[in-house]
Design a protein around this ligand. Structure first.
Ligand SMILES: [Zn+2]
Length: 419
């Protein structure tokens, strides 16, 4: 891959250009740096046909990711199913509904594999020998697994009191897991200090401009799987707000490089009421994200009190005339069950947030019933099973006897037909 499509890093605030190094903030105004591309060159280099002929992974859109050579990490990541969810659509009273199902993303069952495969491919190009991240769950799992398969030593920093299941999901890959005591907000500063002193590539700190671009793949895939169309409505869960802004960027880029016709689309954001600073700001018609000091929600993967991209997420929702909603714990649990029972898809709590918020947006008329809607499901329910464990009942137990089976069915009134 000699051709250079990825040209620079660029400040999102002042537009100053920076070299493609492991840096993430502008020296002048501390604005976040973002990857910039030569779209004319990309337009000449790709086509729908060319993309369709490539392997079914996120890397079929490789010209639109910030790496110089061919990718080296996460080659199987992405191209998860876009499920036409007719039974769920019926339950919600809408005409055309799709679920983008990253609960089955490879290899660690969340959308984080997308961002990590770009971050680690770029980390190798930049010469990093050790990679790391700070995370409360999905990201740690993904860095641990993808680093293992790339043969890179990795360190993941997690809260010292994190649930055992999530810790296990990182430890098993042989990564170094470091528990941090005290307020997790201070972990980011520690990460910057470690990156500076030891020269490590932190995927969500000094490699953040590369990492964040990986989320665009979800947007490109939705467009292709919709038959090369941008869906009228996309509902996206928000933690830092980055995924929402990157899906928006993907839709815009697909138009720019000639993959899809320009069309009107709305991007909607979903959060939990126990930590919904971005939804709150959007609802109040404000750009100001008021930090949440003590997040209180079962949707822990979305519980970021000071969301780094919150301001930009609000801007995207406003520009596209989308809306924002927030869901309570009970609504999240009910939505997880509804998605499971109608479509056979068991989503993590963040997925419950997306569906619950979509239900509220449909009820308020902000999601019209007769236009295509895509729900972004970002992670697998097996990772947050404890959130629903007490709400789904328990098996009924009998001895291995037909008589007992008959008795059980007739007592519960399930017996319809027997002889
Ligand atoms: Zn700047």
């Amino acid at each position: 891959m000699a051709e250079e499509f990825f040209s620079n890093l660029k400040c999102r605030e002042c537009g100053r250009l920076y070299p493609k190094k492991a840096i993430h903030v502008c020296e002048f105004d501390f604005g976040p740096l973002e990857a910039a591309y030569d779209y004319d060159k990309i337009k000449d280099a790709i086509s729908r046909k060319k993309i369709e002929s490539r392997p079914q992974s996120m890397w079929r859109y490789r010209e639109l990711f910030p790496i110089d050579e061919d990718p080296t990490v996460g080659l199987q990541v992405g191209f998860t199913p876009l499920v036409k969810a007719d039974r769920l659509a019926k339950a919600l009273g809408v005409k055309e509904l799709y679920v983008k199902n990253d609960a089955v993303n490879y290899p660690t069952l969340s959308f984080k594999d997308r961002v990590v495969s770009v971050a680690l491919s770029r980390a190798k190009e930049l010469g990093f020998e050790t990679v790391a991240c700070a995370s409360t769950g999905n990201l740690a799992n993904s860095v641990a697994a993808n680093a293992a398969s790339a043969g890179l030593p990795s360190y993941v920093l997690i809260p010292a009191d994190l649930e055992q299941g999530k810790v296990l999901n990182s430890l098993v890959y042989g990564t170094h897991v470091i528990g941090i005591h005290g307020p997790y907000d201070q972990v980011n500063r520690l990460c910057s200090e470690i990156a500076g002193k030891y020269g490590w590539g932190f995927v969500n700190v000094n490699l953040r401009p590369y990492y964040a671009e990986g989320s665009k793949s979800m947007g490109f895939e939705i467009i292709e799987q919709m038959g090369w169309q941008i869906p009228a409505h996309t509902v996206v869960p928000m933690a830092s707000g980055s995924l929402l802004t990157k899906i928006h960027k993907a839709y815009q880029e697909a138009v720019k490089v000639g993959l899809v016709e320009e069309s009107k689309f709305f991007v909607h954001g979903a959060q939990a009421t126990g930590c919904g600073p971005i939804s709150e700001a959007h609802k109040n018609g404000s750009d100001l994200i008021k930090p949440v000091q003590k997040p209180d929600t079962i949707a822990k993967s979305l519980a970021i009190g000071t969301p780094a991209d919150g301001y930009y997420a609000v801007r995207v929702m406003r520009e596209t005339e989308g809306s924002a909603e927030a869901a309570t714990d009970q609504e999240i649990i009910d939505a997880i069950k509804l998605l499971s029972e109608t479509e056979g898809i068991f989503a993590e709590t963040a997925g419950g947030v997306t569906l619950a918020c979509a239900q509220k947006l449909i009820a308020s008329g902000k999601l019209p019933k007769n236009e295509p809607i895509v729900l972004c499901i970002t992670g697998n329910g097996l990772k947050t099973a404890e959130a629903v464990a007490d709400h789904i009942g328990a098996p009924r137990c009998i001895n291995p006897s037909l008589k007992e089976f008959d008795a059980m069915l007739s007592t519960s009134g399930e017996l319809v037909n027997s002889n």
